[in-house]
Ligand binder design. Structure first.
Ligand SMILES: Nc1ncnc2c1ncn2[C@@H]1O[C@H](COP(=O)(O)OP(=O)(O)OP(=O)(O)O)[C@@H](O)[C@H]1O
Ligand SMILES: O=P(O)(O)O[C@H]1[C@H](O)[C@H](O)[C@H](OP(=O)(O)O)[C@@H](OP(=O)(O)O)[C@@H]1O
Ligand SMILES: [Mg+2]
Length: 362
């Protein structure tokens, strides 16, 4: 299989695959001596050729398996058995690390427990998990966890389906009745409708701005506002929810602090350990503190300069350091992958080699 000595096996969903520039990925892989194999995870992986690197976004299937879907569970068990039989395959990224980001409460807790954040002016907004729709119980949970109105209600499951991105902005106690447990609620942070998306490939990062939600305040009169992230926060989104009210227009634009971003990257690398990940930051317009509101698995990498080149260079760095014994742990374990990558490189400041941005068809 394949005309080159080394093979990269890749599996991503049809939805993601339709956006990916496969010709460019194949060309860049070949320029680094890799043959690219598009895997079919519904067939035995053993029969699809020798693999040195396994790149995937199995979040949809992992989420379905975790919720009891038998076909999804079988597929995941087959993949895990295959990887266990081939411990030298570099997995991007290890399934147990990806699983951390499938549940919002779990990764918000990692962020909230980080001791260096507070003095750095970084935080994750207070959050709580609802497991019932009993309003009195949920109000007590909010009180204990310091969650205040307005707040955003998000599904506990963070990936793998359209519903994972269906959000509800809730302004008062009456609004609690629309929550559909299991869900998390997170205090809303006024941030002048500017979202900062940080895309990571190991220690390489790119930051881009996106439209976001305008400033909101508690109100007994407001009904809940339902929205999906894709409607409001994509580069080309033009939602009325992003238009600042007149009294807000005077707000000065808060600037992103890269030192804070680097500290967040350091914590995610240590505690979550994904090569392909991203996170979302909004800046509190009252304090300038940076709120981490979301972490993603293998996101879009929109406008990430020379994405494929940086991906292959990162893979080669990992492979080389493993060969030198500089990466502890097995090839498909948290410490085995990115622990050997250190430092920070803002790729937006690197001269672009190919002038290509992102990984998708532009
Ligand atoms: N605590 C918050 N305060 C203010 N705005 C928020 C907060 N949480 C979410 N938002 C807004 O809602 C949007 C979606 O939230 P979030 O990123 O958690 O959802 P998501 O569907 O996981 O996003 P993604 O598409 O990045 O996976 C954010 O981009 C931001 O505009
Ligand atoms: O443009 P972004 O990177 O915000 O869009 C991402 C989004 O953040 C999620 O990571 C999506 O993944 P799912 O949560 O699994 O839906 C990505 O969808 P994908 O089809 O590209 O994996 C969006 O690109
Ligand atoms: Mg997000």
């Amino acid at each position: 299989m394949g005309g080159y000595g080394k093979n990269i096996g890749i599996w991503i969903s049809d939805k993601k695959s339709q956006k990916l520039n496969w010709n460019e990925l194949t060309t860049v892989c070949a320029s680094h001596g890799y043959n690219l194999i598009k895997l079919d995870i519904e067939k035995p992986l053993e029969s699809q050729g020798h693999i040195d690197i396994f790149i995937h976004k199995l979040t949809d299937i992992l989420a379905a398996a975790d919720q009891g879907d038998k076909k999804a569970s079988f597929i995941i068990s087959q993949v895990e058995q295959y990887l266990s039989n081939h411990p030298n395959i570099v997995v991007i990224d290890p399934l147990d690390n990806v699983r951390i980001l499938l549940n919002r409460y779990r990764y918000y807790s990692i962020l909230q427990n980080e001791p260096t954040f507070q003095k750095q002016g970084v935080f994750t907004p207070n959050f709580a998990e609802f497991t019932t729709n009993n309003t009195d119980t949920n109000l007590e949970i909010m009180r204990q966890r310091g969650v205040r109105f307005p707040m955003i209600c998000k599904p506990s499951i963070s990936h793998g389906s359209k519903s994972a991105h269906e959000m509800i902005l809730i302004f008062n106690e009456r609004g609690l009745s629309v929550c559909k447990p299991p869900c998390v609620v997170q205090s809303f942070v006024n941030h002048n409708a500017i979202l900062h998306k940080v895309f990571l490939i190991g220690n390489r990062y790119h930051i881009c701005e996106r439209p976001s939600l305008k400033n909101f305040y508690p109100s007994d009169d407001y009904a809940p506002i339902f929205y999906s992230t894709g409607e409001v926060c994509k580069a080309d989104s033009q939602s009325t929810l992003s238009i600042l009210d007149p009294h807000d227009k005077a707000e000065i634009k808060m600037s992103l602090n890269e030192g804070k971003i680097k500290n967040i990257i350091r914590v995610l690398r240590r505690d979550i350990g994904l090569l392909l990940t991203g996170f979302d930051v909004v800046i509190d317009n009252a304090t300038g503190n940076h709120a981490v509101i979301d972490i993603n698995v293998f996101p879009s990498y929109d406008h990430f300069p020379d994405f494929f080149e940086h991906l292959l260079e990162s893979i080669e760095e990992i492979v080389d350091k493993k060969a030198q014994g500089l990466c502890n742990g097995s090839s498909n374990s948290l410490s085995g992958n990115i622990a050997c990558l250190n430092g920070f490189v803002n790729v937006s400041k690197c001269p672009s080699k190919f002038g290509v941005t992102g990984m998708n068809f532009n």
